[in-house]
Design a binder for this molecule. Structure first.
Ligand code: MSP
Length: 508
């Protein structure tokens, strides 16, 4: 059986989820669900990065003495958010787990035995927000470009990893595997960065007592990225190598340079693909806790429904590019595409089957005039190529074609004029179209897909069943409207700043 292993970055445990985190996680969830429907053996991993010094600070600020207790409390918030947002992850990895600590130590020993670790002195600037070292030229007016804080000057003995040894090997690998890093613009950025010259990296910190100690020197703990990246192996060892790591551009270098070098050194296969998406911004500014503009996805989901949020994020922002979050656009899309187009289509079909066929779906033949408007292969290929927004556009093109079909065929007139055969054909084809649409939108809006099936009396299967006329309905059961229309002023009035939260984001 074909396997598909997809991951999100493991998010820092000291924060709560923002819609930025939810954005990556929705995309991963969409891919995981799509591949499951294709009958593949899917593993979807997300989780938490807990061994950072940020955790120590945040626990202190929160007044929680026991760090383990602090991370447990925070982990509950993350898992409940993912549950609220209908995320179908198979695994949830926390880097404080014993199995992970064990794997990191083993991983390190492989690198060490390869001769890729040496002790040296590090002097330089360290941003605790990013958990990484910076050179003067990386800074903007002397401050971290992401956190707008001055990095600390550090001078200490560290263990180093010979990253430089792998520069050419990574370049060759990227050249031979043109789809390793996507989109192409990100690949080019990585290539350019490597060609500018890499430096060996420090992978340990002395004098800290949170994290994973180095097996060769108890006075040192792993630098958090050396500990975090192997989570992708700990979380699903049998599924390694991952088919797809999803991440945003903030952590590009860690994933596309350091991680491949670590894997090459330790003798593991490389992930098949890394897809790097853009930032969700607010009024053109990156969403960040320090700017106070991060939004809690739970608040939005409660206000507008999980599926409105999922749909809006996946449909509005070309995957790979930056996109500005706009509550107004979320409302508009919900009202027009979800309520008017999709919701009304279901409502019309269900009502007519109730009225003309005693709550049953009539049997008839496939109408190629309608079914030919659906291009499954195209949608599939768009999804496999991470063009999630275009795939949704294509699915909703078909929804529009179905609405057009209703308007052109005027089933109410067919009923009035007793054109039984025509009426049967039209309603059968519309119900079938909706059944198929429900499977296509399931990966994006799982709850809505279920609701459509319930109303049509079908059972949503766990693999694609796209053959016209294949499914049996146990009868129509009219339910609530799929999406209630939201008054633009109402929605926005209520929103003010109630989803906003504070705190810094991290990255290179
Ligand atoms: N802990 C590291 C990742 C280690 S992976 C081995 C980390 N954590 S983080 O909490 O800062 O999450 C960063 C990731 O969250 C981004 O790469 C992206 O996937 C997601 N996002 C968080 N905010 C985002 C936006 N505003 N826009 C888009 N994605 C964002 O870095």
């Amino acid at each position: 059986m074909k396997k598909f292993y997809v991951t999100t970055p493991i998010y820092y445990v000291n924060d709560i989820a923002s819609i930025g985190h939810a954005y990556t996680t929705f995309a991963a969830d969409t891919l995981a669900r799509w591949h499951r429907l294709k009958g593949e053996d899917v593993f979807f991993l997300t989780g938490l990065d807990e061994n950072s010094q940020k955790t120590v600070k945040a626990a202190e600020t929160a007044g929680v003495k026991d760090l383990k207790e602090y991370t447990n409390q925070m982990a509950l918030k993350w898992t409940s958010t993912w549950k609220n947002l209908n995320i179908s992850n198979n695994g949830f990895i926390r880097t404080t787990e014993a199995k992970h600590k064990k794997l990191v130590k083993e991983f390190f020993m492989k690198v060490y035995e390869k001769g890729d670790i040496y002790k040296g002195k590090y002097e330089g600037l360290y941003c605790e927000g990013c958990e990484c070292f910076y050179t003067e030229s990386d800074l903007v007016e002397g401050k971290c470009p992401f956190h707008k804080t001055e990095p600390k000057f550090i001078s200490e003995e560290n263990y180093f990893f010979k990253l430089t040894k792998y520069a050419d090997k990574i370049l060759t690998y990227i050249e031979k595997n043109p789809d390793f890093i996507l989109p192409n613009s990100r690949k080019n950025e990585v290539v350019e960065f490597i060609k500018m010259g890499l430096k060996d990296i420090s992978i340990s910190r002395p004098n800290v007592d949170w994290g994973i100690p180095l097996p060769i020197d108890k006075n040192h703990h792993f630098w958090v990225w050396f500990d975090a990246l192997p989570n992708y192996i700990t979380g699903a060892p049998k599924y390694w190598p991952a088919n797809c790591h999803l991440l945003a551009k903030d952590i590009l270098r860690f994933h596309c340079v350091i991680w491949p070098a670590m894997l090459m050194s330790a003798g593991y296969d490389l992930p098949k693909q890394l897809f790097v998406h853009g930032f969700l911004t607010i009024n053109g500014q990156k969403m960040s806790k320090s700017l106070g503009n991060a939004i809690d996805p739970n608040v939005l989901a409660q206000k507008y429904s999980v599926d409105s949020l999922r749909y809006y994020l996946m449909r509005s922002i070309p995957f790979g590019e930056d996109g500005d979050f706009s509550e107004k656009a979320l409302i508009t899309r919900t009202n027009t595409e979800l309520a008017d187009s999709l919701g009304n289509l279901l409502n019309r079909v269900v009502s007519m089957c109730e009225k003309y066929y005693d709550s049953k779906i009539p049997k008839a033949k496939e109408d190629k005039e309608l079914s030919s408007k659906l291009d499954f292969k195209k949608i599939d290929s768009l999804i496999l190529n991470y063009k999630l927004h275009e795939a949704l556009a294509e699915i909703f093109y078909f929804v529009d074609q179905c609405n057009k079909y209703v308007n052109e065929k005027e089933p109410w007139n067919l009923a009035k004029n007793q054109k039984e055969d025509e009426l049967e054909k039209v309603l059968f084809n519309l119900a079938e179209s909706l059944r198929i649409i429900s499977q296509l939108i399931y990966s994006f809006m799982p709850e809505t897909a279920e609701k459509i099936n319930e109303q049509l009396g079908f059972k949503l299967r766990d693999s694609f069943d796209l053959k016209w006329g294949n499914a049996k309905s146990k009868g129509i059961k009219k339910g609530e409207t799929l999406f209630k229309k939201i008054g633009l002023t109402d929605g926005l009035k209520k929103s003010s700043n109630d989803g906003l939260k504070g705190g810094p984001r991290n990255g290179l």
